[in-house]
Design a protein around this ligand. Structure first.
Ligand SMILES: Cc1cc2nc3c(=O)[nH]c(=O)nc-3n(C[C@H](O)[C@H](O)[C@H](O)COP(=O)(O)OP(=O)(O)OC[C@H]3O[C@@H](n4cnc5c(N)ncnc54)[C@H](O)[C@@H]3O)c2cc1C
Length: 385
């Protein structure tokens, strides 16, 4: 058993930290307030290899392994949770589907642009009537000559302000549930797509919104992978993204906890630093214990992924636990700061709002526990058909 990161991973962590401190941290509050990233950020991320961290080197990316990607996400998230989440959406939830299942033509068309920051991708799965039950989507794709014609509505879709393309899931066999879904690449400048934008609690610069597609036409070659296999692709992708999302929550909580540890050493009450009170020390000790355990679970899951092992159960464990834990830790950090942290002047309230989104996005805790039950007890115990 080996619990050390490699020398390269340690150096990489330092490099990401330096970059994030200089180029991201000074703007984090402003981007949250405006609900928008500057487009130049994507180019800056590309220059340091983060925009295409998981894209194979052949297409201009870094081809990083899963553990190294986790290191980048944890570190970025300490300085801006949303930038870390941009990297997850752009690399794992979307580009990865093209890497794993797309044709050579689609790979050449999309991946170099993602790696160099020119192309931004989003994933469009959820619909107004269904989220947890993703197999119930109603958006339809019908082949008409050399084009797919897509109609339907997508809701709760991240990156709506920036995406050049969506990896969109639609029914190609409506009488089937998960066996009737295919994945498509849909350019956002296609005719007949209308966008609307949400005013969110957290996750603000990522930008969430809805898409209305009314007979949107895309070339036949924009089908990703095989017909009717899209549901399998998205679920496989989620196993990886869920683990990274978990680490993004832990990175934010870790940063809040470290800042709080410094604060309690210098804040006095009853003639002594509040760090001397057991009521403070015990909270910190418990949070550090849980944080350490949850991080180990996340990195073990990524390590398993790098060895080609199935991570369905472990990824679901990371995903239900980490956002909940991060929310609780950051909440307590605010309380340990007293009145000063009940303000937008400190980053803790933003971090708390942000991690709460991941208690829902990519599947709620209840859905993760169903996945764990299925993996451990067997498919015959799944509580639905
Ligand atoms: C910040 C954020 C970003 C997102 N980004 C994207 C995106 O980019 N693309 C995209 O396609 N989607 C995105 N989503 C949507 C997200 O994936 C869904 O919100 C999620 O899958 C839950 O679906 P729902 O919101 O419709 O909740 P519902 O499915 O309506 O669930 C409501 C409640 O019922 C519970 N529930 C449902 N079924 C069961 C069950 N069988 N047993 C017990 N409890 C159950 C749920 O746990 C939840 O508490 C995003 C969501 C958020 C919050």
């Amino acid at each position: 058993m080996e619990f050390e990161f490699t020398q390269e991973q340690k150096l990489f962590r330092e490099a990401v930290r330096e970059f994030a401190k200089e180029k991201i941290a000074p703007f984090e509050a402003e981007w949250d307030r405006k609900g928008e990233f500057p487009r130049s950020l994507f180019k800056e991320l590309a220059q340091v290899g983060l925009a295409g961290i998981r894209i194979p080197e052949k297409y201009g990316g870094q081809g990083a392994d899963a553990v190294t990607t986790g290191v980048a996400i944890e570190e970025l998230s300490r300085f801006d949770f949303n930038v870390a989440n941009f990297v997850i959406i752009n690399n794992i939830l979307t580009a990865n589907v093209i890497v794993e299942y797309g044709s050579e033509k689609l790979k050449e068309m999309i991946l170099p642009g993602v790696a160099n920051g020119d192309i931004v991708l989003g994933i469009a799965l959820t619909e107004p009537h269904c989220g947890s039950d993703a197999a119930a989507i109603r958006t339809r794709a019908v082949l008409d000559g050399d084009e797919w014609v897509i109609s339907g509505e997508k809701s709760s879709i991240s990156m709506v302000k920036y995406a050049n393309y969506f990896v969109l899931y639609a029914k190609t066999k409506p009488e089937e549930r998960h066996r009737g879904i295919s994945a498509f690449l849909v350019p956002t400048n296609s005719k007949n797509i209308k966008f609307s934008y949400f005013d969110d609690v957290g996750y603000r610069p990522i930008s969430r919104g809805a898409l209305k597609l009314d007979e949107v036409r895309v070339p036949k070659e924009f089908l990703i992978g095989n017909l009717n296999e899209g549901f399998y692709y998205v679920m496989k992708t989620f196993d990886f993204s869920k683990t990274l999302l978990a680490l993004s929550c832990l990175g934010a909580a870790e940063q809040s906890l470290e800042e709080t540890i410094e604060y309690v050493k210098h804040r006095y009450a009853f003639d002594r630093p509040i760090a001397k009170f057991e009521g403070i020390q015990f909270k910190i000790a418990e949070h550090l214990t849980h944080l350490e355990a949850c991080k180990l679970l996340c990195y073990k899951t990524l390590w398993m992924k790098d060895r080609g092992q199935s991570i369905a159960a472990q990824a679901a464990m990371c995903k239900w636990w980490a956002p909940k834990l991060a929310f609780e830790i950051i909440h307590d950090c605010i309380l340990m700061h007293g009145n000063v942290a009940y303000s937008k002047d400190l980053p803790h309230e933003r971090r708390m709002r942000n991690v709460m989104g991941i208690e829902i996005g990519d599947g709620t805790a209840e859905i993760q526990k169903i996945v764990i039950g299925r993996e451990i007890l067997g498919k015959e115990y799944v509580p639905y058909k």
